[in-house]
Design a protein around this ligand. Structure first.
Ligand code: PAF
Length: 285
């Protein structure tokens, strides 16, 4: 497994690789790797001939300095894991390498910037869009892999690559969950014992909501009862719990037949903010 830290070194390895391997797969990460990342890497290994993983905690996608500063760093463990997964190349740039000077541009996603993650994390999608665009330019992969847990992010990246004709296929890999249903996330590492016990409530809520909607309960009723339950939990602060239409993420009040929707949830457990989602397809019987 090759490890490179500089853009010039990355380019020089990849110039050679491109003539030898039919396809390159990229898995962008911020490190603190877990089972969810492993699912992305395994999907990349099975669908491409040469796999590049990037580890870069992107400062410009954090809207809170504290969240950036506290982001877990488990680099040694991550590299061991990547070696075991037989990843071909790991790119670990410094912040200076990616942003040698202040970024003088911004990206906007009008349908996303004021919605759910976009609304509660101002500037987040601008930061994600810029770093993903940079990584795609630098690596020029045939495929790039992202997790369903960050569903809105996956749709934003799709908009980016379609809108700017990047010519890369975006693969969205289903969320991987712990036994009790909690979606794997690097932030889980920072949950205290008490919060960790409560955290599976998010997925429990999504699953119950999905079941009730499929049993033709109204969204209004489902949202009201489940929100009340969550609001009764002391250390949990619900940020949003919404039903959105896919692919445009418009918040809706009911599901129509023959369309796809997602239930999206975000909550703070102590200092930690967690998000999750569940996709619902309604098709005529
Ligand atoms: O999902 C993440 O880990 C990050 O948002 C990404 C896509 C690596 C960009 O920094």
């Amino acid at each position: 497994m090759k490890i490179v830290k500089e853009i010039e070194a990355l380019k020089s390895v990849l110039n050679h690789v491109r003539g030898t391997f039919p396809s390159i797969g990229l898995v962008p990460t911020m490190g603190a790797l877990h089972q969810g990342h492993l699912a992305l890497i395994r999907a990349a290994k099975s669908q491409s001939d040469y796999v590049v993983v990037s580890i870069f905690v992107n400062p410009i996608q954090f809207n809170q300095v504290k969240d950036f500063e506290n982001y877990p760093n488990t680099l040694e463990f991550d590299l061991e894991l990547l070696k075991k997964e037989m990843v071909d190349l790991v790119f670990i740039p410094s912040t200076k390498e990616i942003y040698p000077k202040q970024v003088g541009l911004s990206l906007s996603f009008p349908n996303f910037d004021n919605m759910l993650e976009g609304k509660f994390r101002p500037g987040h999608f601008n930061g994600v869009g810029i770093v993903v665009a940079k990584l795609l330019h630098l690596v020029q992969p045939d495929l790039a892999f992202f997790g369903q847990k960050d569903l809105q992010q996956a749709y934003v990246i799709n908009l980016l690559v379609e809108g700017l004709s990047f010519g890369v296929k975006i693969v969205v890999v289903p969320t991987v969950r712990e036994e009790d249903g909690l979606a794997f996330s690097s932030r889980n590492l920072r949950l205290g014992l008490a919060e960790r016990k409560i955290a599976p409530k998010l997925y429990e809520t999504l699953s119950l909501a999905k079941k009730r909607l499929l049993h033709k309960k109204t969204w209004q009723e489902v949202k009201r009862t489940l929100t009340k339950e969550l609001e009764g939990i002391d250390s949990l602060k619900l940020e949003y719990f919404e039903l959105v239409r896919l692919p445009d993420f418009v918040i809706v009040q009911h599901c129509a037949a023959d369309a796809e929707f997602a239930l999206c949830i975000a909550a703070h457990l102590g200092d930690i903010r967690l998000i999750d989602n569940e996709i619902i397809g309604f098709h005529p019987e």
